[in-house]
Design a protein around this ligand. Structure first.
Ligand code: FRU
Length: 463
């Protein structure tokens, strides 16, 4: 189905699969000026199915080429899916490591039996043509105390070694990361576990990275119990600060911080670009979410990627700030008065100089952001079922004495992303505007500085 035949609006400045299903961003890297954004892709099945890798590329984050399927299951070692992985760039080549998922037919539990997780390497110079696949690690190469759930390699080079993290589930039902080392990118030796006190049963998509010389480990844990203000989705995504070098010994995990407080944010991946920025992109979606499938499946597609966010270390809080990368500013068309928002397809809103009292912002007569002074929290809620595609509400508690300083809000036709206090907190959700509806916004309470810009759309060319 082409874009013009769609019944509903499609995203203007978020990457989406056009047809079919998208999940995790994969293989993020920059090679010779070009950013490569691969993703988990089921081209023919908007509710998900066989997992391939799809591929976008861009030089400027505004103009993209979509080249469709990059790789798909075509060998016994990845027969049930070309699962998530990374791209490590060396010698003008992408070394792409991914998990070949295999589920043998039969009466298995697929945790302790019936499954294989193979770590496989391909190389590519352009994200379009791939070399032959080479199996590097098989289930029997992982430590014995693990179940068969081991996946999502992330590879990097540091101090004379290549390192690889993999996410895993122990037989004791504890999530962890396993670290491998290599001298040549091909032969890998298990080094150690990186683990915490029991924190969920499975960790997906691990990513060890540095910002400002500080070490962090991002994981997507499954099996954490929901609390009023935390872990509100079925699965989580967040990062640990490292208290001591995680490469020396895996016991140094410090505090865990959720990346985002919205409904749709999972399996993020980071990469360092040629400008040395650490950029994070997440899947704007949630596996097995209680709200079920989105209305967009009626138009033959489901899920998007988040805006690319630059990570900045905040020495005051010891946390990471997420800020839309500078190129996103190039989407701005003109400064607008929010009174004229009905004439605008998509926009950026910057709010600052908040009073001390309650305030509320209502988008499109069905999505509310409310600040409550008494509880010092923000509540995000959908009162319109169609807009939220069955999403309900989520909450974010500010720290004692902390106040809202600023909010940067990106309103697209199918999503809203909110960056609070320079990106110390973010909130990401899908929000589906009907085709004939106009944008509307109502602000109650004192917010003295309101600035808005109409935004252009991405230009995506299909190869
Ligand atoms: C995360 C995840 C990964 C896996 C991929 C399969 O959403 O479950 O662990 O590799 O999706 O599509």
């Amino acid at each position: 189905m082409s874009i013009k035949d769609k019944k509903y609006l499609t995203p203007r400045f978020h990457l989406f699969p056009i047809s079919g299903w998208l999940n995790d961003p994969n293989g993020l890297c920059q090679l010779d000026g070009v950013h490569h954004i691969f993703f988990q892709y089921s081209p023919d099945e908007p509710k998900g199915g066989e997992k391939d890798w799809g591929h976008f590329s861009t030089k400027d984050f505004i103009n993209y080429e979509f080249s469709g399927v990059f790789m798909k299951p075509d060998m016994p070692e990845d027969a049930s899916g070309v699962y998530s992985g990374c791209a490590y760039v060396e010698d003008n080549k992408m070394y792409i490591y991914y998990t070949g998922n295999v589920k043998h037919p039969g009466d298995y539990d697929y945790i302790l039996e019936g499954r294989e997780s193979n770590t496989i390497l391909v190389t590519s110079e352009d994200g379009i043509d791939a070399s032959e696949k080479r199996v590097l690690l098989r289930s029997e190469d992982y430590p014995d105390n693990l179940t068969l759930h081991v996946r999502d390699p992330k590879v990097w080079y540091q101090d004379d070694y290549y390192y690889m993290t993999l996410g895993a589930r122990k037989k004791s039902d504890e999530g962890c990361v396993i670290l491998f080392k290599s001298k040549d990118k091909i032969n890998w030796k298990f080094s150690h576990f990186i683990e915490f006190e029991k924190f969920g049963y499975m960790w997906e998509c691990p990513d060890l990275f540095y910002v400002d010389g500080k070490q962090f480990l991002s994981v997507s844990p499954q099996g954490l119990e929901a609390k009023e203000y935390s872990f509100q989705n079925i699965y989580q995504a967040g990062y640990f600060n490292a208290k001591k070098d995680l490469l020396a010994d895996g016991k140094g995990l410090g505090e865990f911080t959720e990346w985002d407080y919205g409904f749709d944010f999972y399996a993020p991946q980071t990469y360092v670009d040629e400008k040395k920025r650490t950029i994070l992109i997440a899947w704007m979606g949630m596996p097995d979410a209680e709200y079920g499938h989105d209305i967009s499946i009626k138009d033959g597609w489901q899920h998007m990627l988040s805006l690319p966010r630059e990570l900045v270390y905040d020495s005051n809080s010891g946390k990471l700030l997420q800020q839309p990368i500078a190129e996103i500013m190039d989407l701005r068309e003109e400064k607008i008065d929010i009174k004229n928002i009905a004439d605008i397809d998509s926009y950026e809103l910057n709010l600052s100089e908040f009073g001390l009292d309650d305030f509320s912002i209502q988008f499109n007569k069905g999505f509310d952001v409310q600040y409550n002074k008494l509880t010092n929290d923000l509540v995000f809620s959908f009162s319109d079922e169609m807009l939220g595609s069955n999403r309900t509400s989520r909450k974010l508690k500010l720290a004692d004495g902390e106040k809202i300083e600023n909010m940067k809000i990106y309103v697209d036709t199918c999503s809203i992303e909110i960056f609070i206090n320079d990106g110390l907190y973010t909130f990401t959700t899908k929000c589906f505007k009907p085709k004939d509806a106009k944008n509307s916004i109502t602000i109650d309470g004192s917010i003295d500085n309101i600035e808005a810009y109409s935004l252009n759309s991405f230009n995506v060319v299909q190869r």
